[in-house]
Structures are given as C-alpha cells and as structure tokens.
Ligand binder design. Sequence first.
Ligand code: ATP
Length: 233
Amino acid sequence: MLEVTDLRSAYGRILALKGVSLRVETGEITALVGGNGAGKTTLLRCLSGVQPVAAGRIAFHGEDITAWPAHRRVAAGIAQSPEGRQVFGPLGVEDNLRLGAFRRGRAEAEVGLDRVYDMFPVLRDKRALPAAGLSGGQQQMLAIGRALMSQPRLLLLDEPSMGLAPVLVDQILDAVVALRRAGVTVLLVEQNASAALAIADRGYVMETGHIAHGGTGAALLEDPAVREAYLGL
Ligand code: ATP
C-alpha cells in the first residue's frame, strides 16, 4: 500500500530523516519503534504531507504522492492521528468527530459517526460534552475516531498510548487490532515497543534518522539486538 524510498527530511540544518526506506502492506499493522528523537514523528508528518521532504519518494498504491499537498492525501485515504491527541477542548465530542469528516457529505459523516461510536461506545455516551472533559484515554479514542471519520485506507497513529495508564494502553492497542479487523491498514508509532511489536504484523526500529532493523513483529521481538537495545529485556 505504501512504499517509502530513501526519504530525507530536515529542520534547517538538522537532518531528521537520513534516507528512510520501508513498506506498509495492505491490511497489516506496521509498527515503527525507536528512542526519543529517532525521527518517527517526522516520518509520519512527511507521509501525511505536513512536513517538507528534501529527497526520496513516497508511493501510495503505486502512485508517487511525494509532492501532493496534505488535503489530497486525505482525499486519497491517508489520515493521521497526531502525537499529543490535539483534540479541540471546548468543542463537543461529536463536533470534534465531525471535523474529521469536513470533506465528506452529511450522509457519509453519519455513517462515520456510527462506526466510531460502535468502536468506542463511551464517545457515544459523551457526545454532547466538551472534549476537554474526557479522560486521557477517552481523548485518545476521540483523536483516533476523528482520523477515522475521513474513512482512511491508511491510518497513521502517532504514540496513541502516550501518557496513559497500562490498562488504557491495552484498550487502545486492542482498538488498533479491531481497526485491522475492520480493514484499516495501520502504521503505528510507539514508544511502548514491546506492546506495539506484539500486535504488529511487521515492524521497523528507527535510530537517529534511519531504519536500524526491520522484520515481522514476532522476529523483532525475538531478535537479541533489538531486545537488548530497545525492549529493555
Ligand atoms: P519522539 O518520540 O520524542 O517524538 P521521534 O522519534 O518522533 O521522537 P522526531 O520528533 O521526529 O523524533 O525528531 C527527530 C529529530 O528532529 C530530533 O533530533 C528532533 O530534535 C528534531 N526535531 C523535531 N522537530 C523539530 C523542530 N520542529 N525543529 C527542529 N528540530 C526538530
């Protein structure tokens, strides 16, 4: 579905991506793990089109989208749920969700709402309340739900478990598995490397701007070098 080839991106003189190549296969969960500052968020931002690419290529379903603006990528089926959730606090839960469907018609938005509420029933119960009143885990569900409202084929999830208690981390990762079951392909960035690789079909380990290891989730979990350096095992 997605093929990234030798991608480079910089903040001024700081080269954050130094030639990243990876693939995301249709229907799979692909985990991207690695330490702070490795470049994971920068890569997702390049994929959604909000971070300039200095060199390299991004292909989506075989089409070169490297130069496409972000809105065109959303229309083509790529959605990002950003790090830190970034829900609109004073707005109601349902209004936050509707923002994710602003390019879709009213009927499609209604279908999207039903789908999100079926996946996260607590959001249906709280749909009229301001998003700021939700717990951290519920706000994360809202951020994922908002991204789902554009009916993406590829969902880019940036650190969905950040700042959540362990029981909520499990709930969020269960939701990611449910998304795969529903036919959404997921590229999952996580600090919580063991948990992410455990649910992933495929994974990549990033280290200071490049991919250091790649393989199936199971193989990476077994790899002694990965276990020692990244999983603390
Ligand atoms: P984290 O898990 O901490 O979010 P990450 O793997 O997502 O880390 P990035 O946020 O992509 O890493 O950062 C990659 C590199 O780019 C780091 O060296 C970081 O300091 C640098 N960087 C990120 N954002 C900016 C920015 N807005 N301006 C300058 N440098 C930046």
